[in-house]
Ligand binder design. Structure first.
Ligand code: NAP
Length: 326
């Protein structure tokens, strides 16, 4: 009896049963296997899910940009690629990818985590917590911090994450402004948009939070000129992407006191090289790209529901605009 070589893979030959390839480092499979199976099962969809199957049989790829797959050409039957991460800069320009690409929107996990991280770091700077947490000279400077309505916070990027963070800060009473590519109306804040709106958004802000994607247009949007627009002694919080900030301009602004502190979660090179000046700068807090991450249970639900939608003929949600780059 001859053995069909494809039988070693658990892929389906039934065209109505999608074959879903999980393409991410092995550690991710351990986290995602059970949640994905359970979320796919909950949709009622018949499916096959594996980390290995012949390329020409794959319908969907659940994808981490640091997976082994960089050439999508062999995936001739592919319907869509579902990115596990919110940022897509490592895959968006891949010319071998010609099917729709979605990015991760995981409201209960990723968004919630980002709201907590941003709120925490805004409050740290707003309240001046550092002065009391590290106080070796036991100084008794009994000056109460201002209240939130007296603090101007600017959020660059008013997408899923920026809007959620803005709403949390507005709820705390902060004076919030923001900037996006397109016009926005968010209750309780001033929204600016387009290339001409950046200066107005940054003008006199005391805390700026970057939640933009990394694209050719957003690169170095915080540079020597735009840092100068902020209030003297402002704080910069970057959980967006490293290339949004011109590193040397930030270091210069920190050294001359124009910027009081920078809390940076993302960098041009990650892990941040050991000899990078950010590590040793007394006015920089480095966090190792942990502002927020996709949580397997909630993210698996989003992915399963998106595949289910597409299988029944509805449009995919959270499609990446390949021209805009995010
Ligand atoms: P999103 O929903 O796509 O929002 C992106 C926002 O940036 C949108 O408001 C968009 O404007 C705006 N934008 C894009 N290009 C612009 C430009 N040229 N000028 C002005 N505004 C521009 O993305 P998201 O889900 O909120 O995620 C934002 C970023 O956070 C991701 O791309 C990723 O880099 C980062 N992130 C970091 C972590 C971490 O752990 N550090 C975790 C998750 C995500 P429009 O609304 O007009 O399109």
């Amino acid at each position: 009896m001859s053995i069909d070589p494809d039988d070693q893979y658990q892929h389906s030959k039934d065209p109505s049963m999608p074959n879903i390839l999980f393409a991410a480092p092995q550690a991710r499979w351990q986290e995602y296997e059970a949640p994905l199976k359970s979320a796919l099962m909950a949709t009622g969809l018949a499916y096959e899910l594996a980390t290995d199957m012949p390329a020409e049989t794959v319908d969907y790829i659940i994808y981490a940009p640091n997976s082994d797959i960089q050439d999508f050409t062999p995936y001739t039957r592919l319907k869509a690629v579902l990115n596990l991460w919110a940022g897509v800069e490592q895959v968006v320009e891949n010319t071998t990818l010609t099917v729709p690409l979605t990015r991760m929107v995981d409201t209960e996990g990723l968004t919630q985590g980002m709201v907590e991280w941003v709120t925490g770091h805004v409050l740290r700077h707003h309240l001046g917590m550092d002065a009391h947490i590290v106080n070796p000279d036991h100084k008794w400077d009994a000056v109460a911090p201002p209240l939130a309505p007296e603090r101007r916070v600017c959020i660059l990027g008013l997408g899923v994450l920026g809007t959620a963070c803005a709403r949390a800060l507005i709820a705390l009473g902060f004076d919030v402004s923001g900037w996006a590519r397109s016009e926005k109306h968010i209750q309780g804040m001033t929204c600016h948009h387009g290339p001409d709106g950046l200066d107005a958004a940054l003008n006199d802000a005391e805390i700026v939070v970057l939640l933009l994607p990394s694209t050719a247009e957003t690169e170095n949007c915080l540079n020597a000129r735009t840092l100068d627009l902020l209030a003297d002694g402002a704080c910069v919080i970057n959980p967006g992407r490293g290339p949004l900030i011109e590193d040397q301009a930030l270091l210069d602004a920190l050294d001359r006191g124009q910027i009081h502190h920078a809390t940076l979660d993302v960098f041009r090179v990650e892990p941040l090289p050991r000899d990078h000046p950010f590590w040793s700068h007394p006015k920089v807090t480095v966090t190792p790209h942990i502002a927020s991450e996709t949580r397997p249970v909630t993210a698996a639900r989003e992915i399963a529901q998106n595949i289910q939608r597409y299988e029944r003929g509805d449009p995919l949600q959270h499609l990446v605009d390949r021209t805009a780059g995010y």
